[in-house]
Design a protein around this ligand. Structure first.
Ligand SMILES: Cc1cc2nc3c(=O)[nH]c(=O)nc-3n(C[C@H](O)[C@H](O)[C@H](O)COP(=O)(O)OP(=O)(O)OC[C@H]3O[C@@H](n4cnc5c(N)ncnc54)[C@H](O)[C@@H]3O)c2cc1C
Ligand code: FES
Length: 252
């Protein structure tokens, strides 16, 4: 079953990223995603960047389908289904740090809003940063850029290590490129901090049926996209292997 929603707001987050807002009464949790389709594109997964009555997706233009979503205007319809997957468990922690890298920053914003937790947003350069309005929801928003054009000069994992050395975090929540998550996971093991990470794979059904999104024996759409440290510790493919749109293994 899918619903038709109409775009009621468009925010230009950066040179290649836009947020599309829409009314949708369906209940959704921070970290969940939807499948989105309009005529002329394949259906693709998008995390919810707002989970209140007004919801949103934040789309980075990287190919033909995301380009199609970027071409939509106010009032245009989108077919959506979901919400799908397991979101972040926000009850587990006393002192949490949230880390969003690249377009993955959009997926952690609802968790920042709900918890007010300390947050790191990482990007390649100043012009790639999105969601820096998160400072409305948290007292501590730290920015990291690879080229040092804004905030901390370095990546989000280096900044996390620096912050974790003087603040006793007991949980890291994160979404971002898998290479970032791989190093962040290793840092969590080294520092003995629990974590939950939202992972990505190509998806077709989004609902646990087609098997094209597997990491080892887990389906990212149904068993994730948010996985616990314990689950990630069992994954051999994490950070090593991805899958193409037909489900074939591809070396990273
Ligand atoms: C659960 C989930 C949530 C997501 N949330 C967001 C979001 O909030 N915002 C956002 O901008 N994107 C998000 N994505 C990624 C988004 O679905 C893809 O960027 C999109 O499907 C690309 O479609 P395209 O036709 O524009 O690009 P394509 O032409 O399909 O791809 C362009 C390039 O990117 C690669 N690629 C595409 N999708 C993926 C992927 N999932 N993993 C690794 N490489 C990939 C392709 O192999 C190709 O090299 C999410 C993905 C998942 C699985
Ligand atoms: S996308 Fe079909 S099983 Fe996950």
């Amino acid at each position: 079953m899918s619903d038709t929603v109409r775009i009621i707001g468009i925010i230009e987050d950066s040179h290649d990223t836009k947020t599309l807002e829409f009314h949708w009464d369906e209940k959704a949790l921070p970290g969940q995603f939807i499948m989105v389709w309009v005529p002329g594109m394949e259906e693709i997964p998008m995390s919810l960047s707002k989970v209140d009555r007004i919801k949103s997706i934040t789309v980075k233009k990287i190919g033909k389908d995301t380009e199609k979503l970027h071409s939509l205007g106010l009032g245009d319809p989108m077919r959506i289904r979901g919400p799908y997957g397991k979101g972040f468990d926000l009850r587990k922690s006393k002192k949490m740090l949230i880390v969003g890298g690249g377009a993955g920053a959009a997926a952690v914003i609802p968790a920042v809003k709900e918890t007010g937790a300390d947050t790191i947003i990482g990007a390649r350069t100043d012009k790639d940063i999105i969601m820096d309005y998160a400072d409305r929801y948290t007292k501590n928003l730290w920015i990291a850029t690879d080229d040092g054009s804004r905030g901390f000069h370095g990546n989000a994992v280096q900044l996390m290590k620096e912050k974790a050395s003087d603040r006793k975090y007991d949980m890291i929540l994160a979404c971002g490129p898998e290479i970032m998550l791989y190093h962040l996971y290793n840092a969590c093991v080294e520092l003995n901090i629990d974590c939950q990470m939202s992972l990505e794979r190509h998806m077709k059904c989004g609902a646990g049926v087609c098997g094209c999104c597997v990491i080892d024996d887990m389906r990212v759409c149904k068993d994730g996209p948010v996985f616990t440290r314990e689950q990630i510790s069992q994954m051999k493919d994490f950070g090593m292997l991805s899958r193409d749109e037909c489900g074939r293994a591809v070396k990273r």
